[in-house]
Ligand binder design. Sequence first.
Ligand code: HEM
Length: 550
Amino acid sequence: MNLTRSAKRYLRLDFTLEDALPTRMPVYVNSVAYLFGATALMALAWIVISGVVLTLGGPSWYHTNAVGRFANAVHFWSVQLFFVGLVLHFVTKFFLGAWRDGRWLTWVVGGLLLGLGVFTSLTGFLLQTNWDGQWIATQAKDAMNAAGIGAFFNTMNTGQVLTLHVAALPLAIAALLGLHIFLIRRDSPVRPYDDRPNPANRAGAAKAGSGPAAAGAREAEFAGSGRRTRENLRGIPLKPYDLLREGLIVFVLAAVVALALAIFVGAPDYPTVTGENVATKQPIAYLKTTVGILLGNEDSALTGYGPPYQNDDSAAQHLGPIAPATWFGATRPIDPAQDLVLAPLARVAQINPAYTQPLAEFQAASPAQQQKWLAAYDKALGAATVSGDTVQLPAGDYGPVEAMMNGMLGLGRAGLLEGALAAEGNDFAPFSFDYTKQLSYFAVAPPYFDTATHLVQQGNPQWGIVHETGNYPGAWWLDGYQVWYEIPAIADADNADLLVVTIMLGFFALLLLLPVIPGLNRLPHGLKVYRVIWRDWYREHAEEGAQRRV
Ligand code: HEM
């Protein structure tokens, strides 16, 4: 078989230059609904343009430089516009039953684009590399881990997130989008309901004919188009059309919207919660978090978590016998007490030998003795007072723990906590972009939630990953995901994340399979919303089309 010859034959018969760059459209393409796909496409173009600028400068640039902030804002608003266009596009294509007449693949590819778009936006929100990014990274990791994806994708590894967001995912989107657009142009816009090409009619028309002259006229009408377009549009009047002009107009309009919003509204940028600001502003919360990690408190950073951090499968979320988190084991092992507290403290001791002895005393003590000191210190923190730089505790037997905690507090106040955490157990420390330890240190601690509460009190609901700080729209397209957490039976379940991920994957599968699900694939016909979108057609051309066909 000669592949080149087959490809040429396919292109000659099914996909011509007139299909790729049409100068005529069927008359039923006469609604603003046909511009939603183009809106998503052109917003995507602006996402790419502003994204390239952001990538060239890098995160520290787009947070501090005026041009960088502006590019960031253009990117932010282009994404909002993209999702407005995409959601409207998806909804209208549903109401038109646009998967009919062999367009199921166009629909499936569109669905995959929707899924990829949402995932890409998640990686983008992480790259805000500010408080929102920090919050979303620590919240979203639970869903990833529960679904087993956490073994491969770490929301707190900025290097991985960056590569995915600026290279791998855009390339996948570009490939799928190329296929989507190729299929759309090859097949031409789906015909209105009740007026679809009926093979029996077409065969009848061909046999009975209306005379060679009429047949000739019909062929002339479609001259230049491929076989699939000719079959789809048989009997449909065409009107003049300029694809490139329309695309250019939408491109400019998308720019006007994104640029205006970027100039007049800007983009959210609430600073991160760092070890330094917690140690300085909330030293007791800092100490409570740190001692909680040593105590192995269930609600401390990554303690009692299970895979991918620890080999404790019983801590993994499961749905009946299925626990995806356990499938790949502890791919990113962390020993919280050692990696987050004792090892950084050993570095403190290298700089200040006064901490060597307390650390040695603690490590030489029995686990029972350690727990006793830690528990006494933890309890005493409830009655602690802060004066100047020091935290005063009531008298008690804390062994070496008080000195150790003061060492950790000093590390935080000096702004060195994150550096000490990065260095630990990582041979590639200077090159590491994995911020799992730094980001999760305060993830379940009061200072973190205090910041969230503070933002809520300002009228900016912050829970979950769908909201932004300030009065900015967040990832509202994830509301359908987030809403499940509003149901107490789900939110309070031990396997809440796995439940929600499973529900959403179920809906996504339903969406992809819609064209072949009996009953559901006829839903748009029953709903009759298409009569509004194609109202001109039904008013003026339906009868004419029907007569011409038979
Ligand atoms: C990156 C996201 C997407 C972009 C940029 C995009 C773009 C487009 C464009 C420009 C068109 C032609 C104009 C039109 O009919 O509106 C189109 C058609 C179409 N799209 Fe999308 N689309 C995307 C996602 C989706 C999704 C999520 C679905 C549904 C699951 C979908 C289903 C379809 C279908 C079925 C058609 C053919 C319509 C027809 O034959 O009349 N697309 N798309």
